[in-house]
Design a binder for this molecule. Structure first.
Ligand SMILES: Nc1ncnc2c1ncn2[C@@H]1O[C@H](COP(=O)(O)OP(=O)(O)OP(=O)(O)O)[C@@H](O)[C@H]1O
Ligand SMILES: [Mg+2]
Length: 265
């Protein structure tokens, strides 16, 4: 039987300095590429977030509010271009570590409707995987059937790809050890949740309403909301700290790591 795909989301919080516009954390990116190389996961798909490359520009030009001002066109172009710069840094690191990674730009094959993925043809991605490539996608500016354009978060894309491709699991790498009862950066009494079900998540109130760093797609709260449909579909998700040495490799190899496991029931 063919192994089911794994979708790995590399969070912008781990691979960039979110408080510093357009600054990538090259040390982490290179180490993650090495960990991915060492894990030798079959049928892997990588999605990365925008971090300090995507979010500040998307906010500046109000891309997520849709197309209502001609000046936003250049902003859309600039935001997309910034994402390709970050993507290229990741691609170079992956290829340096012998991973046959191929970048696939979401804006060129995905359409949204009111910000939700409407058209997505997974044929190319499936065939890439069958040929042994590792497709790499990212949160991107996309055309929207009603709003003109929108931001497609790496989190929405991750969950949807997992569903469409029949993935077994989603691994989410961020800069904290998992999902907590509150933002661990703001509340020292926050406790990490080891295992939660989709139903528990729906009732759960976590995180801050005021995000310290710019995240136009809702930070941890947005991430959880996006994950729920994939979990209900039977995909297992784990949220781990991608900045901690060897954590992503262990997660890819199904070894025990500190994190939050999210399952259907
Ligand atoms: N309850 C919570 N548990 C864990 N982290 C939380 C919680 N509430 C808020 N956070 C914050 O969420 C952040 C991760 O989400 P964020 O969207 O900023 O990163 P990301 O998704 O990795 O970045 P990107 O969107 O660029 O990919 C953490 O840095 C943490 O401070
Ligand atoms: Mg985010």
């Amino acid at each position: 039987m063919k192994t089911k795909p794994t979708v790995l989301k590399l969070g912008g919080s781990a691979i960039t300095y979110k408080a510093h516009p357009q600054r990538a954390n090259m040390r982490i990116i290179d180490r993650l590429a090495k960990e991915i190389e060492d894990a030798k996961t079959s049928r892997l798909i990588i999605v990365h977030g925008g971090g300090s490359f995507g979010h500040p520009l998307a906010k500046k030009y109000a891309i997520n509010e849709g197309f209502h001002n001609p000046a936003q066109r250049l902003g859309f172009a600039e935001t997309h271009e910034a994402m390709t710069v970050l993507n290229n840094l990741i691609m170079k690191a992956l290829i340096r570590h012998n991973i046959p990674a191929v970048a696939v730009s979401p804006s060129s094959f995905i359409l949204t409707k009111q910000g939700r993925i409407q058209e997505l043809d997974t044929n190319i991605i499936t065939r890439m995987q069958e040929t042994g490539f590792v497709p790499v996608l990212y949160g991107d500016t996309v055309l929207d059937l009603e709003k003109g354009f929108a931001i497609l978060s790496g989190d929405q894309l991750t969950a949807r790809l997992a569903i469409e491709l029949g993935a077994e699991r989603i691994i989410i790498g961020v800069d904290v050890d998992g999902l907590y009862t509150a933002d661990p950066k703001e509340d020292s009494s926050a406790k990490r949740l080891q295992r939660v079900t989709a139903r528990e998540l729906e009732k759960f109130h976590y995180g801050t309403k005021t995000l310290k760093v710019t995240d136009v797609t809702g930070g941890m709260h947005g991430k959880i909301i996006e994950l729920i449909p994939a979990i209900e579909h039977g995909v297992r998700a784990v949220i781990v700290n991608a900045k901690k040495h060897d954590t992503i490799r262990k997660a890819l190899c199904n070894e025990r790591v500190a994190g939050t496991l999210i399952e259907k029931e």
